[in-house]
Structure formats: structure tokens, C-alpha cells
Ligand binder design. Structure first.
Ligand SMILES: Cc1cc2nc3c(=O)[nH]c(=O)nc-3n(C[C@H](O)[C@H](O)[C@H](O)COP(=O)(O)OP(=O)(O)OC[C@H]3O[C@@H](n4cnc5c(N)ncnc54)[C@H](O)[C@@H]3O)c2cc1C
Length: 354
């Protein structure tokens, strides 16, 4: 099959870009070094919102807001495709002890976020303090979302090459002629790098390369009774996220340790102390997991969604850092707008090649 487009990396950004462009009628392939969706996309908490939106710039919030608006449509598309249920739910987020609450509330009002000042948390949280309740915040369950997107790609005719590392490029003049992989050369009319934290190293030479670097995030998993925690809870840089079946995630760390995905006893102690100090009922819950993922870190959390400055048929969609799941539908949409040369919904200048 000759391909219009070959995507490198099958995380949420590669898979959703593939689905978006397959929907637009392109013949799409995806090359993945391991199993689809098993890196940062698998490891994340699945909160569909910036943690403290009032602390981020317009570039981040524009992608997040558009992503949040587009997710319900994608969830419906997954349902229609008969995939595994990604457990999307609008559960709300309680932000504990907001530093400058009047400023944060004013920001929410000005930017169309429903937000309520509240003097106590909606649940039995220790030391409940002046907080903000954001009722519209939703979540997805990451491993299930990754499976659902993979299944939807197959159903949409996207050709997947799992366990196939990309090794380099065959560049001819001003364009890419082929992608060299562990199983041989693959060719397409156009190529997109969506390789998360590994994206920068995979890009062919350019006058400048986007500053995408790995940022490790560790997470704990508790098994509690379903319903113990009804909403996402954010407190002092950490959060708890409840799943439908009673599992509760406690995250996360932000560590600059290169491509090291190991877990540490320090993070175990830090996250356990936060979780039990915040929700004392977790004392009786089993701690059933700890893992780490590598976020595609970028300056100010602003991804690069743009064409390569020299190679006209190569694009990049990466650097979503802490909000790659939230932003993914908006990034895929912007990528499609650029590739199909139609007026972009969001201003691409904010996400240009540096
Ligand atoms: C602990 C933690 C918590 C998080 N919580 C949230 C949250 O609550 N909300 C939110 O929106 N975001 C969250 N994130 C961030 C989010 O998970 C990421 O931004 C997002 O998953 C990035 O997706 P991606 O597709 O760009 O990268 P990835 O999911 O990392 O996918 C990149 C893919 O490229 C593949 N690849 C790499 N090199 C090659 C190669 N040479 N050849 C072929 N394939 C290759 C990899 O194997 C991988 O599958 C969190 C992340 C972590 C780690």
C-alpha cells in the first residue's frame, strides 16, 4: 500500500493524528518502537485540564481548551467504532488552598471556566482549606484510552507497525525520501514525528531543533473502595485521581533525569505521604503499583506543531509536556489544518518551529 502519510510514534499524539488524517481521507501508517501507547500516554493520570489553568500562558490554554472541547466527539467516535471503553467522565476537580484565590477566580470568569469558591472540599480531605471547585474537569483512563485509539486506528484502516523502531531518514535534497526502520525502508508522501520525549533526537538536522526533553513523572496506585473519592483533587503540586473501579492514582513527580524510567523509594515516600496526608482513608487501601513515565518536556509547556524548516514534507507534533492527553485532539486538528493547507482553527505561530 502506498502511503500519503507516515507517523513516527504511537502515543496519544501519534494515534490521534493518524485517526484525524485518516478521517480526512489520507492513507496513513504509524511506526512504533514498542507496543502502541505504552510510554508517557500509558503512564499519565488522564486529567483533561491544566492543573492550575490560571498559571499558564495563552498558548497552553488555547490548546487545552480546544482539546477539552473536542474530546467528547472523539469519545463518541471511539464508542461507535466499538473500541474498549476509555472511561471518560466529567468528575470535576477540587483545587485545594489556592494561593491567590481572587486572582484565580477572576481568571476563570474571564476565560469561560466554571469555577466556584468553596471553603471546604466536597469530600473528607484532611485540613480542608479555601479552594476552588472546577465542576467541568473530565478524565480518561490512560491504558484504556491507548487501547481504544489503537483499535480505532485499525478500524479506520491505519497501517500500524508495532515493535519497529525508526532508525533514521533518507533525505534527498529538500525532502525526506524514506524512513529507515528495523524492518527496512518505509516510504510515504509526508512524515510526522510524534515520538514524545524522543522526538528531538529523531529529527533530521535543522538550523534549530525544538527543545523537547524527557521529564520523568512517577505515580502510585492504591486500591480503594469505589466512590471513596468522587473527583480529581489537587493539592500543593500533587493530585489524586479516582478511577471507576476504586483505583486511586497519586501523582506525580517532575524529575530531570534523562531517559531513566526507574522508580525510586524517595518518590514512593513523597507520594505516599501526600496521599495519606490528604485523604486519610487511604491508610486502609492497598498500595498496588508504582511506575514512571517520560513526559515530552518543552519550554513553558508549549509544543511544536509545524513543518520542518528545510524538509518540506516533514512535520513535528510533539512537546505537549504535562498536558499531552488534554491537548491531543487540538494538536491533531492543527496538524491536519497545516498539512491540508486550510485556515487553521488555532494560530499556528504560537507552535512554530523555533
Ligand atoms: C506521570 C504522568 C502524569 C501525566 N498526567 C497527565 C494528565 O493528567 N493529563 C494530561 O493531559 N497529560 C498528562 N501527562 C502527559 C501526557 O501523558 C503526555 O504529554 C502524552 O502522553 C505525550 O504523548 P505522546 O504521544 O506525545 O508521547 P508518548 O506517549 O511518549 O508516545 C511517543 C511514542 O513514540 C515512540 N517512539 C519513540 N522513539 C521511537 C522510534 N525511534 N521509533 C518508533 N517509535 C518511537 C515511543 O515508543 C512512544 O510510544 C502525564 C505524564 C506523566 C508521565
Amino acid at each position: 500500500m502506498s502511503l500519503d502519510l507516515l507517523i513516527l510514534g504511537a502515543g496519544v499524539n501519534g494515534l490521534l493524528s493518524a485517526l484525524q488524517l485518516a478521517r480526512e481521507g489520507l492513507r496513513v501508517g504509524v511506526v512504533e518502537r514498542g507496543e502502541p501507547g505504552r510510554e508517557s500516554t500509558w503512564a499519565g493520570a488522564g486529567i483533561l485540564s491544566p492543573l492550575l489553568p490560571w498559571d499558564y500562558g495563552a498558548e497552553v490554554n488555547a490548546l487545552c481548551a480546544r482539546g477539552v472541547a473536542l474530546w467528547p466527539g472523539w469519545i463518541e467516535a471511539l464508542r461507535q467504532a466499538g473500541t474498549v471503553d476509555p472511561e471518560y467522565s466529567v468528575c470535576g476537580m477540587w483545587v485545594h488552598a489556592v494561593a491567590d484565590r481572587p486572582r484565580a477566580l477572576a481568571w476563570c470568569r474571564a476565560h469561560g471556566w466554571r469555577a466556584e469558591a468553596a471553603s471546604s472540599a466536597p469530600i473528607g480531605v484532611a485540613d480542608a482549606n479555601e479552594g476552588i471547585w472546577l465542576p467541568d474537569v473530565a478524565q480518561v483512563r490512560n491504558p484504556r484510552l491507548a487501547r481504544a485509539l489503537t483499535e480505532a486506528c485499525v478500524a479506520a484502516g491505519v497501517r500500524l507497525w508495532p515493535n519497529t523502531p525508526a532508525l533514521g531518514w533518507d533525505v534527498r535534497g529538500e525532502s525526506v525520501a524514506a524512513l529507515r526502520t528495523s524492518t527496512g525502508m518505509l516510504t510515504a508522501d509526508r512524515y510526522v514525528v510524534c515520538a514524545g520525549a524522543w522526538s528531538r533526537d529523531l529529527l533530521p538536522e535543522a538550523p534549530a531543533r525544538p527543545e523537547i526533553h524527557p521529564v520523568r513523572g512517577q505515580m502510585l496506585l492504591f486500591r480503594a473502595a469505589p466512590g471513596l473519592l468522587p473527583c480529581v483533587l489537587y493539592r500543593d503540586g500533587h493530585y489524586l485521581v479516582p478511577r471507576r473501579d476504586g483505583l486511586i492514582l497519586a501523582g506525580s513527580t517532575l524529575e530531570h533525569v534523562g531517559f531513566d524510567k526507574s522508580v525510586t523509594t524517595e518518590a514512593l515516600g513523597e507520594l505516599r505521604e501526600f496521599a495519606l496526608g490528604t485523604l486519610p482513608a487511604l491508610e486502609h487501601a492497598d498500595l498496588v503499583g508504582q511506575w514512571a513515565g517520560l513526559r515530552p518536556g518543552s519550554p513553558d509547556n508549549v509544543p511544536c506543531i509545524a513543518a520542518h524548516p528545510r524538509l518540506h514534507n516533514l512535520f513535528l507534533n510533539s512537546g505537549q509536556y504535562r498536558y499531552g492527553v488534554t491537548m491531543a485532539p487540538a494538536c491533531a486538528e492543527l496538524l491536519a489544518d497545516l498539512m491540508l493547507e486550510r485556515p487553521p482553527r488555532l494560530d499556528p505561530a504560537a507552535y512554530r518551529w523555533p
